[in-house]
Write a protein that binds this ligand. Structure first.
Ligand SMILES: Nc1ncnc2c1ncn2[C@@H]1O[C@H](COP(=O)(O)OP(=O)(O)OP(=O)(O)O)[C@@H](O)[C@H]1O
Ligand SMILES: [Mg+2]
Length: 220
């Protein structure tokens, strides 16, 4: 589903990481850990085509990202990738259901069909009936579930989650992680979850550690 070979990334003169290689199969739920600043978010951004690596290859759903321009990356992302950000990135001036429908509309789906799928995605994360609310009227845990619903509404093959529970108390974090876990199980998507939480990593099929010299794998 995702192959990364010898990826390297630098900002100016300073290398973030090099020799990063990993392969994720369909349906895998994999945790990515590593010290703050080691480049976990940078790696996710490169996988999503939001940032460019300096060397190495990323093959996502059979496509080498190096062969795509920025528009091509955006199209690939809209079809195959769902991104859950740490800080939600929910748009405050759109009702909750429209936040979730937005990726579908951007991909060209009709307005009504988008809203219907968004309502279904909202129900799947346990928030049925809250679609008409403004984001400011939801709790942090509810907002993070909205972010998950938005990331999976288009049925992506790959879900990238960058510390989705970083802002939440442990109990709420547990609920959010379980929602993410179930979404992955039910859709058969692959999930790469960046986390500092031991509890979150324990939910994963296997855990990878990012270091400046590459990925150190841990057995399933
Ligand atoms: N736009 C940028 N310009 C220069 N340096 C950057 C830029 N973005 C990130 N960096 C640097 O790259 C390194 C990796 O950052 P990144 O955000 O990927 O780390 P991280 O592993 O996600 O850390 P955390 O666990 O704190 O979220 C850091 O040293 C950071 O300061
Ligand atoms: Mg980060």
């Amino acid at each position: 589903m995702l192959h990364i070979h010898d990826l390297a990334k630098r900002y100016g003169d300073s290398a973030v990481f090099s020799q990063v290689s990993l392969t994720l199969g369909a349906g895998e739920f994999v945790a990515l850990v590593g010290e703050s600043g080691v480049g976990k978010s940078t790696l996710l951004n490169c996988i999503a085509g939001l940032d460019r690596a300096d060397a190495g290859r990323i093959v996502l759903a059979g496509t080498d990202l190096a062969t795509l321009d920025d528009d091509g990356c955006a199209r690939l992302r809209r079809v195959h990738v769902g991104f859950v950000f740490q800080a939600f990135h929910v748009l405050p001036h759109l009702p909750v259901v429209e936040n979730i429908a937005l990726p579908l509309w951007l991909a060209g789906q009709p307005r009504r069909a988008g809203l219907e799928r968004a309502e279904a995605a909202l129900a799947a994360v346990g928030l049925q009936g809250l679609g008409g609310r403004w984001p400011a009227q939801l709790s942090g845990g509810q907002l993070q579930r909205v972010a998950i619903a938005r990331a999976v509404v288009h049925g992506p093959q790959l879900i990238l989650a960058d510390e989705p529970t970083g802002n939440l108390d442990p109990a709420t974090a547990g609920v959010v992680l379980e929602v993410l876990r179930r979404q992955v199980r039910e859709t058969g998507a692959t999930c790469l979850l960046v986390t500092h939480s031991v509890a979150a990593a324990a939910l994963a099929d296997r855990t990878l550690r990012l270091t400046p010299a590459g990925i150190v794998g841990a057995a399933p």
